[in-house]
Design a protein around this ligand. Structure first.
Ligand code: GLY
Length: 348
């Protein structure tokens, strides 16, 4: 989900228009989509993860463990320097350092692994998988996570690409009119206005195999320009990702702070356990976020949230769905019958 401050404002304006058009919360009927009727093996992902879903489905269908399959899928996104929300090329923190977060969960064993604020390692989802497979712990952070990754044979790499480094320099130069940096527009080699990108993006992928076993993973570089050490929802089991092999799995992208404070993915899975369809479950938790958002800077003029969160849900029987707080959310699905990116149902 790559966006700019200008497009965020446009998104808020669009959300306001849509919110005014809908004087009520969407009901269950509104929330149903094609995924509710699907049964059998499936892989779903955030909108930037169609390739991940495709590979995860192929691997899981070929007998690979569903967690290994989704981690292989997400590795493609982490390795893509053009995706500025994940892995290589992910936008850095305010100090210009890329800090990555990821979590994984394995259905058959109900075990989880996670890393947070990991620097210099391109594939945090793979490191999280090894935390699960090779240790008694669930989460490693910061320097400890990096030492663990290096000991496991991962290579240290510079995760800043030319594009993400330039974006960071432009953001930094625009921060304070009294500092000694010329705004990018004023610099000799630049002409015209510069849009500084902003990302709350992330990649999530969940898969269910022919036996009904699930695997789930979420990986991110987190909010761009975040305060060093900030950890979002993605590596927090129950927030950015959760699964219960008896029920289904869920993941989240968007503003992590909002997801953490409602135990987002855990809540989506519990809502499915209570009988809601996947998309309805996502909408129910988004509604909870909207009702509990109080800080004025997070609200638009009509009192609705001005930030995006998207949930993805996959049930054990293969039914799936997705919903977003604001219009514009998307999800990827790969099944025997479909392989595409679709619009998520929007709460507002
Ligand atoms: N959802 C990504 C983050 O907030 O870090």
């Amino acid at each position: 989900m790559k966006t700019t401050r200008r497009s965020l404002l446009a998104l808020s304006a669009a959300a306001l228009t849509v919110a005014r058009a809908h004087a009520r919360w969407p009901d269950a009927q509104d929330s149903r989509d094609a995924g509710a009727a699907h049964r059998g093996p499936a892989a779903i992902a955030s909108g930037n993860g169609l390739a991940a879903a495709k590979l995860a489905f192929a691997r899981a269908s070929g007998g690979t463990d569903p967690l290994d399959a989704v981690v292989a899928g997400v590795t493609l996104v982490e390795d893509d320097p053009k995706d500025t929300s994940v892995g290589l090329g992910g936008l850095p923190n305010e100090a210009g350092v890329v800090q990555l977060d990821a979590s994984v969960m394995h259905g058959p064993t109900h075990r989880a692994g996670a890393v947070a604020a990991l620097e210099g390692i391109q594939n945090p989802a793979q490191v999280a998988l090894l935390v699960l497979k090779r240790t008694r712990h669930v989460m490693l952070v910061g320097d400890g996570a990096k030492r663990f990754a290096l000991a496991q044979g991962f290579r240290e790499v510079n995760l800043l690409t030319d594009e993400s480094r330039r974006a960071w320099m432009a953001w930094k130069a625009k921060q304070n009119p009294l500092d000694n940096w010329l705004d990018p527009e004023q610099q000799l080699e630049t002409q015209g206005a510069i849009e500084v990108p902003y990302s709350t993006g992330t990649v999530h992928c969940s898969a269910v195999d022919t036996k009904g076993d699930l695997g789930a993973v979420t990986s991110t570089s987190g909010l761009s320009w975040k305060i060093p050490g900030r950890v979002g929802d993605s590596p927090i089991v129950g927030a950015g990702m959760y699964l219960d092999n008896a029920v289904g799995s869920a993941g989240a992208t968007g503003l992590g702070e909002a997801v953490i404070q409602v135990c987002g993915s855990f809540s989506v899975v519990r809502a499915m356990e209570d009988g809601m369809e996947p998309t309805e479950a996502c909408l129910a938790v988004l509604k909870r976020i909207a009702e509990r958002t109080r800080r004025p800077y997070l609200l638009d003029a009509s009192g609705k949230p001005n930030f995006q969160v998207v949930f993805y849900a996959l049930r054990k029987d293969g039914a799936y769905g997705s919903a977003s707080l604001l219009p514009g959310g998307t999800y990827a699905v790969h099944t025997a019958a479909a392989s595409e990116v679709r619009a998520s149902v929007s709460l507002f």
